[in-house]
Every structure is written in C-alpha cells, then in structure tokens.
Design a protein around this ligand. Structure first.
Ligand code: UT7
Length: 334
C-alpha cells in the first residue's frame, strides 16, 4: 500500500501588498565622475539618460540597505516580521561568498520563522524572485514572502572604467507578497543565454586573483554595445510574451516598469511594444542610475508615487542583465 503525501492547500493567487525602498543619501553628479573617464555630463545624459545617482557610504552594507527597504515594505503592508515565511534577496554585490545576505537580513528584521536565500540573477534577480514568491504563496508553502532587490555596485565597479563607472549605482527596494483571491502576479516569462556570459562578467575570478592579482580586486566589466543590442532586440519580445501569457494586451496596462539599464533601451522597448500614451513609463534611472537587482522595485515605488495610478491597475515588469538572464511578468499594483 502506498501512502500519498499531504500538500498545503493551494491558493487562487498572490499579489504585491506593499513596496519599501532605500536610496543612499549621497547624490553623485555626472560632473563628479566624468573627469576620471574623459567623459562629460552632456555625453552621459545623452547616451544613458542618467543625470545623477546615489552611492552608499563605505560603512553601509548590502544587508544594511536591504534591511532599511524591507522594514518599510513590512510597515506599509501591515505585516509583522514573524509572519514572513521566506526572505528572497536578489543581489550580486554581497561581498561574502557565504553565508547568504538574506540570512542576516531575516535575523536582524526578526523574521525568525522564515527561510532565507539569495538569488543571483543580476539585473533580472528581482523579477525572478517575485515569480518564486508568487509560486511559494500560491502553493500554500508560505503565506507571506519578502522579496528584496539590493545592490552596492560601487564596491564592484571601477571608477576608472569608461564603460561602466557612470552607469552603476547603489540602492534597495523590497516588496511583501501575500495571498490574493485572484491572480495578482501573472505568469513569468524567464530564461538565460549563457552563451553570452562574457557580455557582463568580472575581470577575474577570485581564484585567478589569488593566483595572479590584477591592479584591483575583481570588478564588473561589460560589453556595453553587445548588451544594448541584445536588450533592445530580445527583451521587447520577452515583454510581449509576458503580456500574452497573462492574457492581456498593452492597452490593458497602466504602467511599464523595466529594469533601469539605459533610458535609450527603455525608449526602444516602449516603441517596440507600441505602448499607448496612457501607460506610465518608469524613468527612475535619471536620478537613481542602474542599480541592477534593486532597479525594478525602486522604479516601481517612483511610479506609484508620481502617477495617479489605480490600486489593482496592471503593470508590466521586466528585468534583464548578466547571464544573460531575463524575467518578465504582469502584476497588479499594490
Ligand atoms: O544592467 C545590465 C544591462 N546593462 C545594459 O543594458 C547596458 C547597455 N549598454 C549601454 O547602456 C551602452 O552601451 C553604454 C552607455 C554603456 C555605452 O554607450 P554606447 O552608446 O554604446 O557607447 P559606445 O561604446 O558605442 O561608444 C560610442 C562613442 C565612442 O566614440 P567614437 O568611437 O564614436 O568616437 C566611444 O569612444 O562614445 C565614446 N565613449 C565615451 N565618451 C564619453 C564611450 N564611453 C564613453 C564615455 N564618455 N564614458
């Protein structure tokens, strides 16, 4: 006789209950960065749309920033730390190989009933984690999941790198995902093209650095044009697939919140998707720079603050970057 295992009661859906963010205090202008890379405020604005960005202070860690954003998200949701069943922390800049930053964040938050893992899908990390959170809640595994996107890219980008120093920045954004009586997070369309793994990578592995140290410890390096072409060519298709998977069209959207990689990439995607005028487009990159895993929740907060958007209105989210990994889904706004 076989025994059938019991599973938790599944739920009809999950949704984002709240958003919380942390933007470091120090504002860094293009003029401050330009002299080191023979650039200018004008070039950086024109090629990226970035006017300024935030840099964390030296004593501010990935876990510190994650904690600040997560605390606000929990308060905004009216959910206590003990109610969280899982902490998913998306980041590629936690400077310890192990343990995961999420374990420290869960402990410092008081989320003592939660599992905790880090998700290393770079700029797609938040959207990947959101899809996992949706699955965790819908399967009845946990009632509430905390999803955090956080980066301190200034620890892993050289200020002398002409192809990257002016793009990347620091910050954190978090959401609480909880139960819903209908789907509030649509199906994810995700993937990765590992054949292009060298398009955004590190200058050395830690082992190579140990055996033959370079001038600086391993930092991020990017083939900007290749990534730009891939993003414009492929990610609009991924966005379209996410709309179709959710059973909607661009007309049904109230907001578009893409990873804040480059304003020109956002503009190209808006054109390719033929987004109607009424769709509010997140353009947080102008003042936040590219914060990798943190950029989608930071931009989501900006859109919620700035627009007169209805609760429950539909927003298309998409993350894409190193890997090359990508993930997109339609969500109801909190
Ligand atoms: O978040 C992960 C995903 N990341 C992305 O999606 C980033 C995608 N890539 C980009 O955003 C862009 O490729 C960059 C902003 C990184 C670079 O912009 P670009 O328009 O692709 O510049 P480019 O490399 O094609 O260079 C164009 C020109 C060149 O001069 P010439 O040969 O036309 O005379 C470069 O030498 O701009 C010059 N250049 C610069 N000039 C001033 C390149 N970098 C700089 C610079 N300042 N920092």
């Amino acid at each position: 006789m076989t025994t059938t295992l019991r599973l938790p009661e599944p739920r009809p859906g999950s949704r984002i209950l709240s958003v919380g963010t942390y933007r470091p205090a120090r504002v860094v202008t293009n003029d401050e960065l330009a002299p080191r890379i023979d650039s200018s405020d004008e070039w950086i604005r024109e090629r990226t749309g970035i006017v300024e960005r935030r840099f964390a202070s030296p004593d501010e860690s990935v876990a510190d920033m994650a904690l600040a954003a997560a605390g606000k998200a929990l308060a905004n949701a009216g959910v206590s730390p003990e109610q969280i069943g899982m902490v998913l922390l998306a980041s590629v800049t936690h400077p310890y190989q192990t343990p995961a930053a999420s374990t420290e964040v869960a402990d410092r938050l008081g989320a003592h009933n939660a599992g905790a893992i880090d998700v290393g899908a770079a700029c797609a990390g938040f959207c990947y984690s959101l899809a996992l959170a949706d699955t965790i809640v819908r399967t009845g595994t946990s009632e509430h999941v905390l999803v955090i996107g956080v980066e301190k890219l200034t620890d892993f980008v050289s200020l002398d790198d002409r192809g990257a120093s002016f793009i990347f920045a620091d910050g954190a954004g978090a959401v609480v995902v909880g139960p819903s009586d209908h789907p509030g997070i649509g199906p994810v369309v995700w993937g990765a093209d590992g054949a292009q793994k060298d398009a955004i990578t590190m200058t050395q592995s830690w082992v190579e650095y140990r055996d033959e140290p370079g001038d600086v410890y391993p930092v991020l390096t990017m083939q900007g044009q290749a990534v730009f072409r891939w993003a414009v060519g492929e990610i609009s298709k991924v966005c379209q697939q996410a709309l179709e998977a959710a059973g909607i069209t661009a007309d049904d959207l109230v907001a578009f919140v893409p990873h804040q990689a480059n304003m020109r990439i956002t503009d190209a995607m808006v054109r390719a998707l033929k987004l109607p005028e009424h769709v509010v487009v997140a353009r947080d990159i102008a003042t936040a720079g590219n914060t990798s895993a943190a950029s989608v929740p930071l931009a989501l907060e900006r859109v919620l603050e700035s627009g007169d958007l209805p609760r429950g209105g539909l927003a298309l989210l998409v993350g894409f970057g190193a890997g090359l990994a990508y993930a997109a889904q339609v969500v109801e706004l909190p």
